[in-house]
Design a protein around this ligand. Structure first.
Ligand code: ARG
Length: 250
């Protein structure tokens, strides 16, 4: 387990006693949700306005639960730490559900399914095997980092505080490849017209909302509300708006 997650696991033991239960949140009328705000189209700023697929989905879920929303934005790699310190009720920031993270936090049912895509400049590496000896850019604290490190013979793995910085490093020629979310990366390939090339999916993952450990009532409440908005067409509408397709796990 890496150091950040060790700290998290320790915090989970001491902090979780104070996490707000579903009842306490409902009594207050407002749920506090954290995200990053730099992972377009999932969570990002349009000027001063926080928006994106996950932002709209979380707002629909809160509405379904009869709650108002207060948003908090933080750097990606501090989101789960803040959760274990009970600074907010849950996190929606494209976290892959991994056994390591599950030692420190609880996850809801997945709110979408995706994978880590290899991206390079034209002529660059396209497959996991082709990453041998290559320099790869990834956002710090992500499953991209974890999975790139597992690639046999991979060269330097450079980490960046924000995913757009990792993409920029590839465009500027400072690295040979970038691994990021497949939907996000496909948008980036389109937007940069000819400058980037799509490679293979390096791995697949299920993405969930993170809740403090030992807060089962909130997990259950979020799961019911997610199921309800998936059933009544709200989810499909938001997903269509951002991706032109329904990205729920099948
Ligand atoms: N899915 C990846 C992970 O689980 C990346 C998430 C990045 N999210 C973000 N808001 N930057 O680590």
């Amino acid at each position: 387990m890496n150091r950040m997650l060790l700290v998290l696991a320790a915090l989970a033991v001491t902090g979780a006693a104070h996490a707000r239960t579903l009842d306490q949140i409902k009594k207050s009328g407002t749920v506090t949700i954290a995200t990053e705000g730099a992972f377009k189209p999932f969570n990002y700023f349009e000027g001063k306005k926080l928006t994106g697929f996950e932002v709209e989905l979380a707002e629909a879920i809160a509405k379904q639960m009869g709650l108002k929303v207060k948003w908090v934005t933080q750097p990606f790699d501090s989101l789960l730490i803040g959760l274990s310190q009970n600074r907010y009720d849950f996190v929606i920031a494209s976290h892959g559900i991994t056994p390591e993270r599950e030692k420190a936090v609880s996850f809801t049912s997945p709110h979408y399914c995706t994978g880590g895509l290899i991206v390079a400049r034209p002529g660059g590496p396209k497959t996991g095997a082709a990453l041998a000896g290559k320099t790869v850019a990834v956002q710090v604290g992500t499953t991209y980092l974890e999975n790139v490190q597992k690639v046999k013979g991979v060269g330097d793995v450079k980490t960046y505080p924000k995913d757009p910085d990792a993409q920029q490093a590839l465009l500027a020629g400072r690295v040979d490849a970038w691994v990021s979310d497949k939907f996000l990366a496909l948008d980036a390939i389109k937007a940069t017209a000819g400058k980037l090339q799509q490679g293979d999916l390096l791995f697949q993952e299920k993405i969930g909302m993170a809740v403090a450990k030992n807060n089962p009532t909130l997990v259950t409440g979020l799961n019911s509300a997610l199921a309800a908005v998936q059933k009544d067409g709200t989810y499909a509408k938001i997903s269509q708006k951002y991706f032109g397709q329904d990205i729920r796990c099948k």
